[in-house]
Design a protein around this ligand. Structure first.
Ligand SMILES: NC(=O)c1ccc[n+]([C@@H]2O[C@H](COP(=O)([O-])OP(=O)(O)OC[C@H]3O[C@@H](n4cnc5c(N)ncnc54)[C@H](OP(=O)(O)O)[C@@H]3O)[C@@H](O)[C@H]2O)c1
Ligand SMILES: *[C@@H]1O[C@H](CO)[C@@H](O)[C@H](O)[C@H]1NC(C)=O
Ligand SMILES: *[C@@H]1O[C@H](CO)[C@@H](O)[C@H](O)[C@H]1NC(C)=O
Ligand SMILES: *[C@@H]1O[C@H](CO)[C@@H](O)[C@H](O)[C@H]1NC(C)=O
Length: 332
């Protein structure tokens, strides 16, 4: 009896210590940079970390465009940002990353209506929400987390290039995850369903994002007058709704534990904000950040051959013609 009691108490004490340690080591973005007159797009900027990033950018004076597939979430996000910052300069636009057509029309709309784009945060992401192919023939998780952002980033590149200046490059931030560590790029199965361990697909999508950043950095380095940097972040373990894809009860438990022991969405958003604001972070590209510091991604993320091949496969799978791709690298 006493033994069981001791084990329980010891476990609790340990859990509280781990939690306290985590909470105390969560790094916060220190930059006081203002974003007046600047424009930022945050995919999935309507809830979780994306919403906190939107609030932070609006507070700094930016025009903020949040995008997700649910208009009512968009409306409530705008209200939250208004309430917290007083900013009226927040817009919701419909974007379903699970549809190449939606990505194309969102990008075309932005190119028509915006005259600058300083920051693109590719934050939207889903856990294991299903195991099927979309109407584009891609795996739903891979498409939302990776292929959709791949296409979106390239289509917005002309505007990012136009906005970026030598001392003030425009910035792309991709939200990866610790799970990129167990990701693999299996070219024969980029859109495969029926994995035995479905979480694996999430991991693949997060590794693909890091590889994409590296390859895009390479391709942009060719042109001297391009001032666009692209970096990936690992937010850490954060208590958000993303875990509801594991079911309502498991989701609620994980969210509660992560929120209290690891990071709140506000804390989780800090590294993305840091990478978008910090002066030094604006001087590197293709790099990986966590806890507001540059870090090493898994060695799989540094394989140039794989990055190049993934790029070519991705271009094919998002059905980009050579002509459409070339246009992404032209000056406006
Ligand atoms: N939470 C963690 O511990 C953790 C750890 C590592 C990395 N991450 C990454 O961090 C990012 C943010 O996650 P979060 O934890 O803040 O999750 P979240 O609260 O679930 O937010 C995800 C966002 O993505 C949007 N989204 C979902 N499907 C979409 C689609 N088809 N098209 C466009 N937007 C879509 C959601 O919009 P709706 O709400 O309208 O559906 C929501 O705004 C994700 O990329 C995630 O993989 C999270
Ligand atoms: C699915 O993936 C395979 C292998 O990468 C590829 O040959 C095929 O074209 C893909 N299907 C679609 C619809 O893109
Ligand atoms: C971010 O993601 C996009 C699309 O997936 C990719 O093209 C780009 O290289 C990525 N950038 C980084 C730094 O990971
Ligand atoms: C890159 O990946 C390929 C395919 O997995 C592998 O054959 C090659 O040895 C790797 N290169 C390096 C430098 O790790």
């Amino acid at each position: 009896m006493f033994a069981i009691f001791s084990v329980v108490v010891l476990t609790l004490v340990l859990a509280v210590m781990v939690g306290l340690y985590q909470k105390n080591t969560n790094a916060m973005c220190k930059s006081k940079k203002r974003l007046d007159g600047k424009t930022a797009i945050i995919t999935g900027g309507t809830t979780g970390m994306g919403l906190r990033i939107a609030i932070d950018f609006a507070d700094r004076g930016a025009k903020v465009i949040v995008a997700c597939p649910y208009p009512d979430e968009g409306t409530s996000a705008i209200k939250t940002v208004n309430d917290k910052t007083g900013s009226e300069n927040v817009i919701y636009k419909y974007l379903d990353l699970a549809s190449l057509e939606s990505v194309r029309s969102f990008a075309a709309d932005i190119m028509d209506t915006e005259d600058r784009l300083d920051i693109l945060v590719n934050n939207a992401g889903v856990g294991v929400i299903g195991d099927f192919l979309t109407k584009d023939g891609l795996h739903i998780i891979m498409q939302v987390n990776y292929f959709g952002h791949f296409l979106l980033t390239l289509l917005l590149l002309p505007l990012l290039k136009k906005t970026g200046k030598p001392l003030e490059p425009s910035r792309i931030v991709n939200t990866s995850s610790i799970y990129h560590n167990i990701g693999k790029i299996d070219f024969k199965n980029l859109n495969k369903t029926n994995y035995w361990y479905k979480f694996q697909i999430y991991a693949h999508s997060k590794l693909a994002l890091v590889l994409f950043a590296r390859e895009l950095t390479c391709r942009l380095r060719g042109s001297k007058d391009t001032h666009v940097v692209i970096n990936s972040v690992d937010p850490g373990a954060v208590g958000t709704n993303i875990f509801y894809s594991f079911g309502p009860i498991r989701g609620a438990i994980i969210k509660f534990l992560f929120y209290n022991m690891f990071k709140t969405p506000w804390e989780g958003a800090q590294t993305a904000i840091h990478v978008a604001m910090d002066k030094k972070a604006g001087e590197v590209s293709g790099e990986f950040f966590k806890n507001c510091k540059q870090a090493s991604a898994h060695w799989n993320a540094y394989n140039e051959t794989v990055a190049k091949q993934l790029w070519e496969e991705s271009v094919r799978l998002v059905t980009m013609s050579d002509e459409e791709l070339n246009r992404c690298f032209l000056d406006l």
